[in-house]
Ligand binder design. Structure first.
Ligand code: ADE
Ligand code: ZN
Length: 315
């Protein structure tokens, strides 16, 4: 790893806590909770991390998340991620959590939130890493289920700053959640959404116009629509781009095809993030390193990308 990349102060703005569950911790939690796993060992599980698209990844991601049962499990998951942040000079993080991944399995909302939030608060005190938590709705589930989740979350309103939208993009446009996001905004919450990862530029337009998001998560397909590009540049709407994720999920054939530096040079406020680092081969610094190796990103460009991440914070 490059010391100069670790040395850059940076913020991470696109990170699914459930996607930071490393195979070693997954096995340890399975043992703690007496859960039988379909993989004989850590190596076999890692060997299963080969995906042709987003859905193939999500199927494994939801399966892995099943080992998370107690408040302590969620604390340990979050703390392990914060230690990675510390090692890579991530001074601020805005992680997502997917409550429905857990409440659908009978884990109470407050068990999930308390474990995560306590670790984040301890991370501020002990590691000096600030945070803003984002509650993300699963878009393959119904609008009604999203409303139900928001209702469960409102008693804990102060624990998070924004709502997001993730999971299977194709066939689940932002318009499906227009009313839930309006309700969240009426409660003073900010909004972000995954759009333009596998889905078309139209989904990015909808995220902006219907969900009124502050940032677009991924957004790499914006480049297919010149009018959209102009808007994103003019309004300086941040894109939280995840290079290693995009290669692992075959959004681009290889890193040399990735458009993040082209976007950067055109004036788009792009940032570098890890998405699901346990599954995609690395945390923020590994994503920067992959851009250096695959795309020839310079130190000056890395500095601008890191600066963008600090400026694109919600809190
Ligand atoms: N959930 C976790 N990672 C995701 C991604 N890259 N896209 C959509 N949903 C996700
Ligand atoms: Zn994501």
């Amino acid at each position: 790893m490059y010391d100069w990349l670790n040395a850059l102060p940076k913020a991470e703005l696109h990170l699914h806590l459930e996607g930071s569950l490393e195979p070693e911790l997954l096995f340890a939690l399975a043992e703690r909770n007496k859960i039988a796993l379909p993989w004989p060992d850590v190596g076999a599980l890692r060997g299963a991390y080969a995906f042709n698209n987003l859905q193939e990844f999500l199927d494994l991601y939801y399966r892995g998340a099943d080992v998370l049962r107690s408040e302590q499990d969620f604390y340990d998951l979050t703390w392990a991620y914060l230690l990675k942040c510390q090692a890579q000079n991530v001074i601020h993080t805005e992680p997502f959590f997917d409550p429905q991944t857990h409440t659908e399995r009978g884990i109470p909302f407050e068990v999930v939130l308390r474990g995560i939030k306590q670790a984040l608060v301890d991370g501020e005190k002990q590691l000096g890493i600030s945070h803003a938590l984002i509650l993300s709705f699963l878009r393959h589930l119904s609008e009604e289920q999203a409303f139900d989740t928001l209702q469960q979350a409102l008693p804990f309103r102060d624990a998070f700053v924004a709502v997001g939208l993730d999971s299977s993009e194709l066939g689940h446009p932002p318009s499906k959640f227009q009313r839930v996001f309006a309700k969240a905004r009426s409660e003073g919450l900010l909004c972000v959404a995954h759009a333009g990862e596998e889905g078309p530029p139209e989904y990015i337009w909808q995220a902006l116009d219907l969900l009124k998001v502050q940032r677009i998560d991924h957004g790499v397909r914006a480049i297919e629509d010149e009018r959209l590009m102009q808007r994103i540049i003019d309004e300086q709407i941040p894109l939280t781009v995840c290079p290693l994720s995009n290669i692992k999920l075959r959004v681009f054939a290889d890193m040399r095809q990735h458009n993040i530096l082209e976007m950067l040079e055109r004036g788009v406020k792009v940032t570098v993030n890890s998405d699901d680092p346990a599954y995609f081969g690395g945390y923020v610094s590994e994503n920067f390193a992959a851009l250096h190796e695959g795309l020839g990103m310079t130190q000056e460009q890395a500095g601008r990308l890191a600066q963008n991440s600090l400026e694109a914070r919600l809190a």
